[in-house]
Design a protein around this ligand. Sequence first.
Ligand SMILES: Cc1cc2nc3c(=O)[nH]c(=O)nc-3n(C[C@H](O)[C@H](O)[C@H](O)COP(=O)(O)O)c2cc1C
Length: 230
Amino acid sequence: MTVTEALASRISVRDFLPDPVPEMLLRDILWKAARAPSGGNLQPWFVTVLTGEPLERLIARASARALEAPKGESLEYNVYPNPLVEPYYGRRFKIGEDMYHLLGIPREDKAARRAWFGNNFRFFGAPVGLFCFIDRGMEAAQWSDLGMFLQSVMLLLREAGYDSCAQEFWAMFAATIYAELNVPANLMLFCGMAIGKRNPDAAVNRLVSERAEVDEFASFKGFRGGAELS
Ligand SMILES: Cc1cc2nc3c(=O)[nH]c(=O)nc-3n(C[C@H](O)[C@H](O)[C@H](O)COP(=O)(O)O)c2cc1C
């Protein structure tokens, strides 16, 4: 698989098969993903990977907590800016509408949308859940290092025939995760990640997210000649 193929075939999978993922494979992927660059080579990422009983226990504890705190616990960082202005608001709105359209859940059916959103708790049925943490002393630049590391993990999963879905959702239940996993106080949760094999029959996995054209986010200066690849 080429890097291009890995990038093109990586989608956020939201319905997984229960097939287990071998620990050796996950260790190998984390080892390789740690080749991701980081400013000053700080390598500011920490991960906890769960499967089986520990995963079930965490899911049960977070789900129980959600009954007491349906809007989540206090957030340690803002997942989105408030307000979310255009073009970002429109993009977020569109991906949500496209997803619920595929699921056949209309906008008015708030209860069904909420219930479906609750699948985040189950890591969408994935056999493995990963949490990514950063040291609280880090700055914005180091959060970008986490992104490079996590994307490397997701592409390596594709290479090995597996899928993923990054989940900022878990930031809403960070306190529960710290307590359940005995996370050292110096670490802050960035996000979770569901890992496993996609259910090929699930409509939600047919969701194709849009992207802006290159000219909407990039400008080129000083180049001569055509824009075609030679
Ligand atoms: C850091 C991060 C956190 C995300 N959190 C969630 C989440 O909590 N729940 C979810 O369903 N999707 C989540 N996503 C998936 C995004 O919605 C998805 O990447 C985006 O819509 C583009 O779609 P694609 O990944 O299929 O290309 C997250 C993605 C990233 C990168």
